[in-house]
Each structure stands twice: as C-alpha cells, then as structure tokens.
Design a protein around this ligand. Sequence first.
Ligand code: PAF
Length: 277
Amino acid sequence: MQVIHTISELRDALATHRQRGFVPTMGNLHDGHLQLVRQARELVGPAGAVVASVFVNRLQFAPHEDFDTYPRTLARDCELLEGAGCDIVFAPSENELYPELQGYKVQPPAELADILEGHFRPGFFTGVCTVVHKLFNIVQPTLAVFGKKDYQQLMVLRRMVAQMALPIEIHGGETRRSAQGLALSSRNGYLSEAEKVEALRLSRTLKSLIAHWQAGERDVAAMEADALRSLRDAGWVPDYITLRRQHDLGPAVEGQPLVALGAAKLGSTRLIDNLEI
Ligand code: PAF
C-alpha cells in the first residue's frame, strides 16, 4: 500500500488504473470505515485500485465545533487500511488541498441540505460537497462508497453526482454497530465508559419510533415529541428525532420506505444514528 500526500503523485500512481474505488474519510478509522474499504475492494475487483483519503476538512466544521481536537491518527489509520485491502492512502496536507482560500464551493439545494443535520450545522453540507467534489476530481474514481451512518450525507452526495453528471457510481455501506448496538463513530472515542452504555438510548429511541409507526400510529409529530421528551428526561440534549421518507427525507408517508433519524448531544458529544424500515 502506498501513502501519498500530493495530488501530482497520486495522479501518477493512478495513471495505469482504469477501475478506481474510492472511500473518502476524515481518519480516526474504525471498523465501519474498514467495511467501506472492503466493499470498495469487492466492487472494483482484484485488478482495480482502492483509494482511501484521510483529510480532516476544515470547511465542514463550524467555528465552535471540534476541528482542532478531531483525532488525527494517520499511522494507525494506514495500518488498518492496509489490512482492509486498500492500495493507496491519499493524505494531503491542508495546504495541498486548499493552497488558497477555497472561494469556489459546491452548494447543495436548501431542501436537501438545510434540513436535519444542515439545520443544526449550517454550511456543513456545502463543506462536505465541496471537498468531496474536489476529491472526486483528484482521484477520478469509477465508484465511491459512503456509510449509511451519515444518511443525509449519502443522499446529498448521490444527488450531487446525479445533477452534476459525474461518471461515478455511489454505493452506501451498512452501519457497523458494537455488540450492544452502538453505531460505530469516530466521535465515540469522546465518550466515557458510562456514556457508552447510555449512548445506546439513541438507537433504542429510534427503534421505538419505528415500533409505534409499525403498530399503526400516524401522528408523527406526537411520536417525535414523545421521543424527544424521553431523551431529554434521560439528560440528553436532542437536536432532532424524526421519521422520514428514505429517498429525499421528506415527511413520512404510508407505503414508502422510511428511515428514523436522530441527532443528540450526550454530555459534550454529539451523536447521530438512523434505522431504515
Ligand atoms: O463522512 C466523512 O467522514 C466526511 O464528511 C467526508 C465524506 C470524508 C468529507 O470530508
């Protein structure tokens, strides 16, 4: 496996590979990321190249968020990536990816990107779309794999690729969970042992929202309000708990595939999770 830090070296290394599977990450990897790499390997075949990027993208962090403290663990990430079948790690410096102020940005439409995560993290999806579009231009992958854990991100990026006619297949990777059911996340490292147990309440709350829908309840606003209340009663600060249509995250409607999504702060750690029906 090669570890490459510059765009020109990456382009040289990729020149002979037509089939390229790409997994963009911000590092501090866990088994969820490695599963995306294994999926990319499977999809691209033994002759294709699997590229993973490791870059903590300043553009998607608000000033009060954890950009400065976000764990940077490149040496360990590279070991894990090699074990998962990655061929090339692209780990550019900030100066390599943003040598000047990134004034040109990719702005996703408000109806997709200013709801849910985008409502609570204004500008987040512009930061994500801008860096992913730029990474796509650099790597020029034939396919890319993103985790379903960041459900809205996957949807926003799928639409970007479709609207911009980028010749890249986008694949979603299933969320990996601990044996107890906690969705793996780089931010779980911020949780104390007691918080790791309490954190399971988020997926339990989403399961219970789904159970109410499956039992025939249709007052979604009341169901969501109950779910928010139960999290607040347990000391959480929830941003949203909601039941939506899968394809565009519009309101839940009978007969369409749905997804329950939630984001909430436990102590100082913001967690997100989702479950498809
Ligand atoms: O999901 C992430 O880790 C990031 O949002 C991504 C897609 C690597 C862009 O920085």
